[in-house]
Design a protein around this ligand. Structure first.
Ligand SMILES: Nc1ncnc2c1ncn2[C@@H]1O[C@H](COP(=O)(O)OP(=O)(O)OP(=O)(O)O)[C@@H](O)[C@H]1O
Ligand SMILES: [Mg+2]
Length: 235
């Protein structure tokens, strides 16, 4: 497999994805094309059902398109196969979900360390990286608390730290502030804004929340499975 370092982190070309067939088919994506430049924070907006989650799953290698082409970090996902997609998700892409997705019986530090364990990083390296990540998300003092002992915003910060554990090239977040009140949501989005600047990561973030859009470098809007707007915001 050849990999070229590109200025474009994500390239999506004419992607289609339908669920079901015949009269009952749902055309979730109908010819979507866009690019995410390396190092940018791109917000993906659009009404409920417009195809945001479908698109993020395809970009992150959790689902495959019926038609079209997807490139992430210079790799054509169609060339990867199951093992390659697994490696992509483990090594190059970090995911953050609306529902945080933390493991309840593990502490904040242990949750952040999960991807490092999967990679069999040695204990010392793991502990150092976990400390660094918890401090990056402002939770150094909360390392030993379990998710149920943390606020929603703190849990999402832990999830962001975990998503960054293996230094992914691309962070994909699906409505990361959807379960948070406006103020907490804003601080989580500001954290994402900060890590895109400090961690050399690129982020694609689906959000309903129009107040968060001004923190992005670019806003894409999906409407009924198509990109209906793409605009760069002034720095
Ligand atoms: N597994 C599935 N089977 C059938 N239809 C699906 C499936 N997943 C999504 N859809 C349909 O595809 C369309 C796009 O759904 P998607 O979840 O991508 O929207 P969304 O923009 O993320 O919405 P929301 O803002 O509510 O999360 C919807 O019409 C949805 O009903
Ligand atoms: Mg969704």
């Amino acid at each position: 497999m050849t990999q070229v370092v590109t200025e474009t982190m994500v390239r999506v070309e004419n992607v289609h994805r339908s669920y079901g067939d015949g009269a009952g088919a749902v055309h979730a994506l109908r010819g979507v094309s866009f690019e995410v430049p390396r190092g940018e924070l791109v917000a993906l907006k659009g009404r409920s059902g417009s195809g945001k989650t479908t698109l993020l799953n395809i970009v992150g290698g959790l689902d495959t398109p019926d038609r079209g082409r997807v490139e992430v970090d210079g790799l054509d996902l169609a060339d990867l196969g199951e093992d390659g997609l697994l490696a992509l998700r483990r090594d190059r892409v970090g995911f953050v979900f609306q529902s945080f997705g933390l493991i309840p019986i593990l502490t904040a530090a242990e949750n952040v360390g999960v991807p490092l364990r999967l990679r069999r990083a040695d204990v010392r390296e793991r502990e150092e990286r976990v400390d660094l990540l918890l401090s990056l998300v402002g939770l150094s003092g909360h390392a030993r608390q379990r998710p149920a002992e943390l606020s929603g915003g703190q849990q999402q910060r832990v999830a962001i730290a975990r998503a960054l554990a293996n230094s992914p090239a691309l962070l994909i977040a699906d409505e990361p502030t959807g379960q948070l009140d406006a103020e907490t949501g804003h601080s989580v989005m500001e954290l994402l804004r900060a890590v895109v600047r400090s961690e050399q990561v690129t982020a694609l973030v689906a959000t309903h929340d129009t107040n968060l859009l001004d923190l992005a470098d670019r806003v894409l809007e999906l409407g009924d499975g198509e990109i209906i707007e793409s605009r760069a915001l002034p720095a």
